[in-house]
Ligand binder design. Structure first.
Ligand SMILES: [Zn+2]
Length: 97
């Protein structure tokens, strides 16, 4: 009998999990900014499938626009928490931040 129960308590879509897997396994670099270390993961044009709000300029990052995702590399709360707090930036805005 097929099970139709959805996993409980997740609140996270499969798409989001794919996103996380890619972030955790993909190539990334570490930069020091604003007194801390940050993971910086470039997102290519073909990987950018959603619109995000850039914290640098407050404008939208349109789908199909290459940009970067950043999250702390030295957070005391651990990788999972830091990843949950990740931010999408225009590449130029991150460089200027
Ligand atoms: Zn921006």
């Amino acid at each position: 009998m097929p099970r139709s129960n959805r996993p409980r308590g997740s609140g996270r879509s499969a798409e989001e999990d794919d996103d996380l897997t890619r972030l955790l396994t993909g190539w990334r670099r570490t930069e020091v900014r604003r007194g801390g270390s940050w993971n910086v993961q470039p997102i290519g044009e073909t990987q950018a499938t959603k619109e995000y709000a850039c914290p640098g300029c407050g404008k939208a990052i349109e789908p199909g626009v290459a940009h970067v995702v950043t999250w702390r590399a030295d957070g005391v709360l651990g990788d999972a928490r830091d990843l949950a707090d990740r931010r999408h930036w225009h590449s130029a805005c991150w460089r200027l931040s």
